[in-house]
Every structure is written in structure tokens, then in C-alpha cells.
Write a protein that binds this ligand. Sequence first.
Ligand SMILES: C[S@@+](CC[C@H](N)C(=O)[O-])C[C@H]1O[C@@H](n2cnc3c(N)ncnc32)[C@H](O)[C@@H]1O
Length: 325
Amino acid sequence: MNLPAELQAAIQEALAASGTSHRALAAAAARLSRRYRGPDPGGGAGWQPAALGAYLATRLPATWAATWTALSAAAAARPGWRPRTLLDIGGGPGTAMWAAALVWPGLEQVRVVERDARMVAVGRRLGQQAAHPAVREAAWIVSDAGEALPGDPADLVVAAYVVGELGEAARARLVGRLWGLADLLVVVEPGTPEGAQAVLAARQAVLAAGGHTLAPCPHDAACPLSRPDWCHFAARVARTKLHRQLKGGQAPYEDEKFSYGAWAREPPQGAPSRILRHPRADPGRIQLTLCTPGGAADVVATRSGADFKAARKARWGGPWPPASR
Ligand SMILES: C[S@@+](CC[C@H](N)C(=O)[O-])C[C@H]1O[C@@H](n2cnc3c(N)ncnc32)[C@H](O)[C@@H]1O
């Protein structure tokens, strides 16, 4: 899935207007990349202009793709549900609202809580280029979500790439509060063991408070995966010329690894199993590793079997059986 053209254009315009040199952007992109691979929570020192520019050019496309994929899985698990209101926590430049407006075009009202005033200014600027009125007219709230949250609930609450930046106790408190505001809550984190652990901790808290898993798990039981394995997926992101220049390499795309959870007050009806890694294709047979309602399991589709055609189209992170066969 490609970044919406209007968001891409808005990013280019914001980068040009910032006047940040290419060299400064490249150095900031390298620092950001190290940060997202390691345990350093960062972010607390405030977003300096070069880091912000590097975020727009190299991280936003990836966090957007991961969030769009997570929201799409939630939408597939709850067909017919149409959120009108969105609360985006730690929204950065508004990444999640752009993704949500694409998944649920009926969105009417967006609030973004972001503690960094520079990030908010850039997010507002990007949003003004949106065709979708809820994105264009989003209310931006400069606030530390750990200290103050809006009192009004929202149909959809999203916390993307933010709860993992908090310590355990602060994370548990925040997730509890977010769940208290949400009809449907989505948490997205980097697809590292630590990111998956943060999602699992959020899952436990939400289930203990009466929530139900919509995705990725087809059940509310304990996660069947254990170290060294962890639940994560990949979203493919097209790289722009600037992205390639800043991060090096010529590949036209990159795969953003992410972990996520989507939980609702209503249980889903007939959740499908989830494909946990790249299908393994050998001549005449395709093996899928699944998370099923009964735990992790491998299934094999053979050329002569009814599922072979569907298995050839199966993708890591997708449902099994697929929605339409
Ligand atoms: C990694 S960025 C993710 C931004 C966006 N959600 C995305 O997926 O692209 C994390 C953002 O959360 C903000 N943030 C971190 N802790 C926060 C808190 N306690 N309250 C509000 N914002 C916070 C940071 O300033 C930063 O903009």
C-alpha cells in the first residue's frame, strides 16, 4: 500500500519549506534509524527540525503502512463498524489519522494528542493538504498523554509507536485510560521482541478489563508464541528518491516490521486464523504457519488440494482462510 499521494506531496512541501540541508537530514535519519533498532526510548528531548524532517521522509511512510495494515485488519474483523470519532495518542505528525481516514472514510472528527509542539505544527501543516475534511480539521492537543487525556470517549483510539516509549507502569496506566475511552483500541509497535512485548502487555490489560481481541489473534487466550519467536508482521513501503538518498541503498521498497493489537468491546464473529510468517513454498506444496483459535499450527496445501490456489495468494499477516476464496 502506497502513502496517499496528497500526504506524499504535503511531506515534500514541508521538507522544502523547512530549509533543512540534505546533509543534516541524512545525519538525523541515521540517528533515527539507530534509535528505532535499539532500546533507547528517546523522544523526550523534543523534536529538532532535522530529526523531524528525517521522520517525515524516512519513518512516517513506514509507520503509516504499519498502522494502515493494523487498522485494515481491525476493519476486516469488524465489518460494518463505522467509527465517527478518532483519538490518536502520541500522534506525531498525524500518521494514524491519515491511515484511519482511508480505512474508514466516514470518519467525522479527529483529535490528535501529541506532546511536542514542533511535531504538532508540522502535523497541522500536513493535514491542511488533505482532501478528507476530518483530517484537515483535526483538533491538535499539545499534551503529555501520561498526564492529561481528553475526557470525551472516541469510537476509535489509536496509539502507534508510542506506548513502547513508556516505562512499564506508565504504559499500563496509559493503556488502561485509553481503553476506558475507546470502543475499539489499536496499539502498534515496532516488530521487535520488545515491541511485541509492549503489545502483549497492552493486550493483557485490555482483556482483563473485559475487551476482546479483533486482530491479529483469533482468540483471547494466552499467546502461543514464546522466545525466540515473537508475534510480528511486515508492511511493504515504497521508498521515494529522497528516502533512498537519506537511508542509502537502491531497493525501491522496504519492509517495516511491526507488532499490533486491536481490541473491541464486542467479540468478533468468527475470527479467522492469522498467517504468522512468510508462507513456505516448495514445488507442489505450500506450508503456512498459523495462529489458530487452538494455538499455533502448521497447515500444508498441496497442488491437488482445494486450498492450493488460495495458499498461493496467502501473505504473512493475512487471514486464513482468506476472506474470499
Ligand atoms: C515514534 S513517534 C510516532 C508518531 C506517530 N504515532 C506515528 O506512528 O508516526 C512517537 C510520538 O509520540 C509522542 N509522544 C511520546 N510520548 C508521549 C506522551 N506521553 N504524550 C504525548 N505524546 C507523546 C512523541 O513526541 C512522538 O511524536
